[in-house]
Design a protein. Structure first.
Lengths: 198, 175
């Protein structure tokens, strides 16, 4: 069974509390925005392949906060090495969740490697990420939400979603705004001030 | 006697409050990597490719921490596209790049990227500082850290191959 990606995003981000969120470029950035834009979301518009690494950097800098990366299968495939890097660091507060529609959604719905059976959760498991699964049910998504908020990470999940074309729900595209609003919301107004002015 | 340049550079990183050190190993960075790994205030993160270091640095800064990225010149070619994010978001970034393809190079496959490292970085709006001898490396790193984190920009310090002084596979593997 495949799920509706916007419903999955809404379920994972419901009552998100202090959760810090990074989204991969394209559909997953629109998905997290459709679930409700937040300054503590960092939707990317480029840097394909880097979403999981941004999550790792954030998780290491903020060990007391939960960090969730939501990205697509194409974006994850471009940064598979980052799963090995995360496997070495073992950040307990990081979850990487792939919305896997087995397609490159922004470029004409061409099949990705997962359409041919490449198993992202299997890759993550082989990279020493202890909590790995492929999810195909709403119940599975609900259990994953609990793990993201309360479980010991690192967590990896590939959620099989439909290859539906949905209306765009766009976040701000100014990178400076996205960066500055995130830091201000997380760190307070001191984030706006140069170090020597503190 | 003045300490060796990796010791001076590590002191600069520590004094600036660098907490995350991403690296793809290079023989020229061997000592600095050891110093960072041994520093309990720093989290050393080995990367599978240099590109990962850009995501790591961006994420760390979103979370309020300073970082540095260590690589050799060939690795600069692996991170060109993602430098676009650094520019668009004005993320601070400091890269310390040990050079190949210069004086003393024995491997022709290192030369094309080595000869073009500075211009590739500059094409992506990264300011380049050339450390041509061991005595100047730490001063360049000090400047790069200050400019990156106070003016929110991308800085690279290129450490010349003659500072590293590797001339053959035999010497490299016997280090």
């Amino acid at each position: 069974m495949k799920l509706h990606r916007r419903q999955v995003a809404a379920s994972l981000l419901k009552d998100r509390g202090n959760l810090l969120v990074v989204a991969g470029l394209g559909s997953t950035s629109w998905d997290i925005t459709a679930a409700g834009d937040s300054p503590l979301s960092f939707p990317t518009w480029g840097a394909m392949g880097q979403a999981a690494m941004m999550g790792l950097g954030l998780a290491l800098a903020q060990p007391k906060r939960r960090v969730l990366v939501i990205t697509g299968d194409g974006e994850m495939l471009m940064g598979l090495g980052s799963l090995a890097t995360i496997g070495v660091q073992q950040p307990k507060n990081l979850a990487v969740v792939v919305f896997d529609n087995e397609r490159y959604g922004e470029t004409g719905m061409q099949q990705t490697h997962t359409a041919f059976g490449v198993d992202l959760a299997g890759v993550a498991k082989a990279c020493r990420i202890p909590q790995c699964e492929t999810i195909t049910t709403a119940k599975g998504v609900s259990a994953l939400r609990t793990k993201i908020h309360k479980g010991a990470g690192p967590v990896f999940a590939a959620i099989k979603v439909l290859d539906e074309k949905l209306p765009l729900v766009l976040p701000p595209h100014d990178g400076v705004l996205l960066r500055a609003r995130f830091r201000r919301a997380l760190l307070g107004k001191s984030a706006d001030v140069l170090p020597e002015e503190l | 006697m003045r300490p060796e340049w990796p010791v001076e550079v590590h002191r600069e990183l520590a004094a600036a409050g660098v907490r995350v050190v991403g690296y793809v190993p290079d023989a020229g960075h061997k000592r600095l990597i050891e110093l960072c790994r041994a520093d309990k205030k720093m989290r050393a993160v080995p990367l599978t490719t240099e590109e990962e270091g850009i995501g790591l640095a961006a994420g760390a800064w979103l979370g309020g921490e300073k970082s540095v990225l260590l690589m050799q010149s060939s690795g600069v070619g692996n991170l060109v596209n993602v430098l676009g994010m650094v520019k668009v978001c004005r993320f601070p970034l400091v890269m310390l790049v040990t050079m190949r393809g210069e004086q003393g190079e024995f491997n022709p496959w290192q030369v094309p990227m080595g000869e073009n490292t500075a211009r590739v970085l500059e094409a992506m709006s990264v300011a380049v500082r050339q450390a041509g001898d061991a005595q100047t490396v730490a001063a360049h790193v000090h400047t790069a850290l200050g400019l990156a984190y106070e003016t929110l920009g991308a800085q690279a310090v290129l450490i010349a191959q003659r500072v590293i002084g590797i001339k053959s596979f035999q010497e490299q593997t016997s280090q």
